[in-house]
Design a protein around this ligand. Structure first.
Ligand code: EPU
Length: 349
């Protein structure tokens, strides 16, 4: 049984969130294992509420946090099994996501390369089912181990128990914070084919003169694209894409496309379609525009950035102004991707 981890008081959260918001945690405990968290639960340390914090790349702190912040530092990466058709790889919830991607590629276990350079931790990846360049984490997911912070039970979740969807899972929404993800297992098929369906990626590899890319070259190309298009949080605070790409049903999509034939739209098998929120936001004149210290990035309008000294309320104000303009012009409701946290509440704009 792990001893109870130390609880620090009045901890600045600015360095622990990629938007660089200056909130403070009344209490914070560093969690190195699920046993650590269970010891806190059994000692009654979570009765005043808790807030799980991974890499802080998807969290907007609106206020100081009264609940106990659990900073996840669960480490470890290992090959669980080399099965006849796949490698089964496991990583601790506190491991850096991109570090895991590169580690698997170095060992010759491809499959995660399209998800290169996504900020955040391994344990946060399933919560919003991270995705990029035509691949979603769910496609490479095997299972995860979590601690139920209500009952104190350990539980393994298989893929079909996680309710994965576009930037969605059962670990999000009303149940966010109930399960603490200790480790995640990935199934990486031995039979590898590059996934080059995404136009930007195919173009980048053509420019590099690579016709039949190795997994590491796909990763390198994605790193290059992301570095060009997306701001580095170490230079300019941000939380990646700030809104989800809206999904329209078949009828609404047809109506939208008749009105805006030039808009990018990605039809899905069931007739529905995803629109590019970045395009909608740019069309409303927001690309490169600021409201106070928070604006839409000049190279990718879907990313909100901290121009310096922003507080959570500034993020909310800019996000609301953008949502309201997109609603007025296109009749479309944008939904924020990051979670807003403040005081003892958790909210979404
Ligand atoms: N676009 C504009 N103006 C903009 C931004 C985009 O017109 O300011 C247009 C682009 O020209 C393109 C389309 O919108 O036709 C899509 O843009 P992009 O390829 O940059 O991708 P995205 O849909 O904006 C999504 C993910 C990203 C992921 C990329 C690449 C969401 C919410 N975002 O962005 O994920 O990296 O695709 O796969 O699904 C993240 O979630 O934090 C994230 C960065």
């Amino acid at each position: 049984m792990a001893s109870q981890p130390k609880i620090d008081s009045d901890v600045p959260l600015g360095p622990l969130n990629t938007f660089g918001l200056p909130a403070r945690a009344r209490h914070l405990a560093r969690i190195d294992s699920l046993d650590d968290a269970r010891a806190l639960l059994e000692a009654g340390a979570l009765t005043g509420g808790h807030q799980i914090l991974g890499g802080g790349s998807n969290t907007i702190f609106e206020d100081d946090v009264d609940a106990l912040v659990l900073r996840i530092s669960i480490r470890g990466r290992r090959l669980v099994a080399g099965e006849h058709d796949a490698w089964l790889v496991e990583a601790g919830g506190g491991e850096d996501w991109h570090g895991l991607v590169r580690w698997t590629l170095e060992r010759g276990w491809p499959g995660l390369e399209n998800l290169s350079l996504i900020p955040g931790t391994v344990g946060a990846a399933p919560i919003q089912n991270i995705g990029a360049y035509g691949v979603e984490m769910a496609e490479r997911f095997d299972s995860l181990e979590a601690l139920d912070l209500v009952t104190g039970e350990f539980r393994r979740f298989a893929r079909d128990e996680c309710g994965f969807g576009y930037r969605d899972s059962i670990f999000k929404g009303a149940r966010q914070g109930r399960w603490l993800i200790g480790s995640v297992r990935f199934r990486l098929p031995r039979e590898w084919r590059p996934n080059l369906g995404y136009q930007d990626l195919a173009r980048e590899l053509r420019t590099l003169g690579v016709a039949q890319p190795e997994p590491r070259q796909v990763s390198d190309a994605i790193v290059a694209i992301r570095r060009r298009k997306l701001p580095d949080p170490a230079q300019l605070g941000n939380a990646g894409s700030f809104f989800k790409n809206p999904v329209l049903g078949a009828d609404a999509l047809a109506e939208f496309r008749a009105r805006w034939p030039e808009a990018p739209a990605y039809p899905q098998a069931d007739g529905s379609g995803k629109l590019a929120a970045g395009w909608l936001i740019e069309r409303c004149g927001w690309k490169g525009r600021d409201l106070g210290p928070v604006g839409a990035y000049e190279k990718q309008a879907l990313v909100l950035v901290n121009r310096g000294g922003a507080r959570g309320a500034d993020v909310r104000r800019t996000a609301e102004a953008i949502r309201s303009d997109v609603r007025a012009r296109f009749g479309i409701e944008l939904e924020a991707e990051p979670v807003f946290v403040g005081g003892s509440e958790r909210r979404r704009p």
